[in-house]
Design a protein around this ligand. Structure first.
Ligand code: ATP
Length: 321
């Protein structure tokens, strides 16, 4: 890789801060193949970026310092957001600095709106936003393709957090093909009080498959129905096409999800699905007004810790301001 590291600043505001944000994702189709020898599962997934964003602010510093505000600052267990090398943002900074040959100097703040361990790829969003912000701060001038290559090394969902919009993901989810949609889709996210660990949900899927309680994943379901529905609607077509192989194991580990899913359709959602590895419920709405009504009704039911009306597709990681 031959980057033109000027060593000089990129797009920097008054106090030297560079700000970037990146969106949460919903998997509107998630087909999981059998466990591969490398420990990953082969995926065929359709990602949709939605309007719930984390913001990453980077400033000049000596060495690396990281702090986290907002959602996830008080969590324990899988919800806890680390502020050291275990944070995906820390690893993103190390990787970019190493590949571009610049000093690892930055003071980074993550302001989280995306709850951790919620199946919304919050950590991946933070890593993608950090790559974009640090590239500007350090003047490393990486191309979008070079950032995407770094993103793929950081995690399966990070390339999509950088890309945004709608995309078909294969491999571990990191190999993307863009999907164009002619319309916007409105959703309500039902966010649980406690997160679920993604590895434990995959392990539960393997267990349910070994016991013959769910199909073995030998044949991956086609994403075509969901892609066709996303392109042009109607809502009923997308509602019928939503599919997630991780929903049965997420419900098995968190039986309260059954009630959370039913609450959404009882409240009038055309369909509801577990987002990624859960436990967030993504309830499809008819339109923007429908999403506002659905969010108000679901907030009043007390089934979720919090609800958010969102829409997608929205762009991936971008500089702000
Ligand atoms: P996945 O992307 O694996 O599906 P998720 O979307 O459910 O996961 P994330 O919010 O990305 O969940 O966090 C998963 C785990 O990653 C958490 O348990 C947390 O300890 C760790 N983590 C590392 N960096 C971050 C970050 N910046 N924000 C949130 N969690 C992070």
């Amino acid at each position: 890789m031959s980057w033109s590291s000027s060593g000089g600043p990129g797009r920097i505001a008054g106090d030297g801060a560079v700000v970037a944000r990146a969106p949460a994702k919903i998997n509107v189709h998630l087909a999981v193949g059998p466990l591969r020898p490398d420990g990953f599962h082969e995926l065929r997934t359709v990602y949709l970026a939605v309007s719930l964003f984390d913001t990453v602010t980077v400033r000049p510093g000596n060495g690396l310092a990281l702090s986290v505000t907002g959602e996830g600052t008080t969590g324990t267990g899988p919800d806890a957001v680390p502020t050291d090398h275990r944070n995906l943002v820390w690893r993103a900074a190390e990787l970019l600095a190493q590949r571009a040959g610049v000093a690892l100097d930055a003071t980074i703040t993550i302001d989280k709106s995306i709850p951790a361990a919620a199946g919304l790829a919050g950590g991946s969003a933070d890593a993608a936003a950090a790559l974009v912000a640090l590239d500007a701060l350090w003047g490393t001038h990486a191309t979008r393709g070079e950032l995407a290559a770094l993103a793929a090394q950081l995690g399966s969902d990070v390339p999509f957090s950088l890309h945004g919009g709608i995309a078909l993901g294969s491999g571990r989810g990191e190999q993307l093909s863009p999907v164009l949609a002619r319309r916007r889709w409105d959703w309500v996210l039902g966010i649980a009080g406690e997160g679920l660990s993604t590895p434990s949900v995959y392990a539960e899927l393997d267990r349910l498959r070994d016991d013959g309680r769910v199909p073995d994943g030998g044949v991956l379901a086609s994403p075509e129905p969901v892609i066709a529905a996303l392109r042009s609607g109607p809502v009923s077509a997308l509602a019928a096409a939503l599919a997630n192989d991780l929903q049965p194991p997420a419900v098995s580990l968190r039986p309260a999800l059954r009630r959370a899913l039913r609450a959404a359709t009882d409240a009038g959602a055309p369909a509801a699905i577990v987002s990624g590895s859960g436990p967030t419920v993504a309830a499809l709405a008819d339109d923007e007004d429908g999403a506002v009504r659905l969010a108000a009704e679901l907030a009043g039911m007390g089934v979720y810790r919090t609800v958010r009306a969102v829409h997608g597709p929205v762009p991936g990681a971008r500089l702000v301001g």
